[in-house]
Design a protein around this ligand. Structure first.
Ligand SMILES: [Zn+2]
Ligand SMILES: [Zn+2]
Length: 365
């Protein structure tokens, strides 16, 4: 790695094989920093991007939105949210979303900053020509205004990246769910978001915590994350719903978190909630098509609350890091990483995630 150029895995376009390119380092302006990337995760979203299922991606791109790195250079003094200055050598992560404007209707009036139209996302809305703004690279340019967060002493970077994007999303989903002590919870989907939602529900005092998904190995892992009951997709949907009612005194669960990524799961989620319960939909980040529901039977008569959950803000990242620091000893986020790949093998990493050979893959540049 020379001082002024860095290797990066480039996704040229939908369906095209990845390639490694050497790119110039950024000219650091005041407020900027440069990270040496330790880990960047391979998220389901990266698979969807490579399949062309996410609109507005400025190919070619350097993928990688959630990453951990070491500060190599700081152009000017920068201070973290805890008031202490960042220093060269600190291990940090950062909110992949930046440029939230705090001037628009969404930011100021409806207070939905994750819907700000001016927000940009590392690894997704930047092209290669914009610079080193994706994590699948030796170095990452922290543009002025990007919110970095130091990993606390004792939190090993692999534990944090093992949770990664899924953990941050799950923090937001559980917040939207209004989870309370003693709530019963069903989580649809046992990928990275579902696994972390299970862990957070268990930590939050929920019982039972019912994991629904496949394959069996992931359901077994869900037990390690805190699920008290698991239901495989080999059980027909009606029977699954009956089992959930059995586990909840005949009523259905207080909270359903859909993290399955299939439209049919949303309809099932409506069926699993108790009357007056709450459903959070966070598994439809890309367009998985439609599904038929019966609004009378599944929503209106049940007096149901249905919440979408889009993106995350700094508060979710901050809490995710705090939770990982406190609980990584007993919640096996680190073990969710099924394989580690070099930049040259980034294409294989995508394939492994797409084929569900691993729950989580990480790039180690
Ligand atoms: Zn805005
Ligand atoms: Zn992601």
């Amino acid at each position: 790695m020379t001082a002024d150029s860095f290797r990066a895995a480039v996704m040229p376009g939908p369906g095209e094989p990845l390639r490694v390119e050497r790119l110039p380092g950024p000219r650091l302006e005041s407020g900027a920093a440069l990270l040496r990337v330790l880990y960047s995760e391979v998220c389901g979203t990266d698979v969807h991007i490579h399949r062309g299922r996410l609109s507005g991606v400025p190919f070619p791109i350097i993928p990688g939105h959630v990453s951990v790195g070491t500060i190599m250079a700081l152009a000017s003094p920068l201070t973290g949210v805890d008031g202490t200055p960042f220093e060269v050598g600190d291990t940090v992560t950062f909110l992949d979303v930046h440029g939230t404007c705090h001037r628009c209707y969404e930011c100021l009036v409806t207070k939905q900053t994750t819907r700000c139209p001016h927000r940009r996302v590392y690894g997704i809305t930047y092209g290669v020509s914009d610079g080193l703004l994706g994590g699948w690279a030796e170095a990452l340019w922290m543009r002025p205004g990007v919110h970095m967060l130091r990993l606390p002493e004792g939190l090993d970077p692999e534990s944090f990246i093992g949770g990664g994007c899924g953990l941050v999303t799950a923090v937001h989903a559980v917040e939207r769910a209004g989870l309370r002590l003693g709530h019963s919870v069903a989580v649809l989907g046992v990928g990275p978001v579902g696994q972390s939602a299970i862990a957070l529900a268990a930590l939050g005092g929920a019982h039972p915590v019912i994991a629904i998904g496949d394959p069996p190995s992931r359901l077994e892992f869900a037990r390690r994350m805190g699920a008290t009951a698991v239901l495989g997709l080999d059980i027909p949907p009606d029977e699954r719903a009956a089992r959930v009612r059995e586990l909840t005194g005949g009523r259905g669960v207080d909270v359903v978190i859909e993290a399955a990524g299939q439209a049919a799961a949303v309809s099932q989620a409506l069926d699993l909630a108790r009357d007056g319960g709450r459903v959070v939909v966070c598994g439809q980040y890309t367009d998985h098509g439609g599904v038929e529901i019966n609004p009378h039977r599944q929503v209106n008569r049940k007096h149901l609350e249905v919440h979408g959950c889009w993106g995350s803000d700094f508060s979710h990242l901050h809490r995710a890091v705090s939770i990982a620091a406190r609980h990584a000893g007993r919640i096996p986020w680190r073990d969710m990483i099924g394989a580690r790949y070099s930049l040259d093998d980034a294409g294989r990493a995508l394939e492994a995630v797409e084929r569900r050979e691993v729950t989580k893959a990480v790039i180690v540049p």
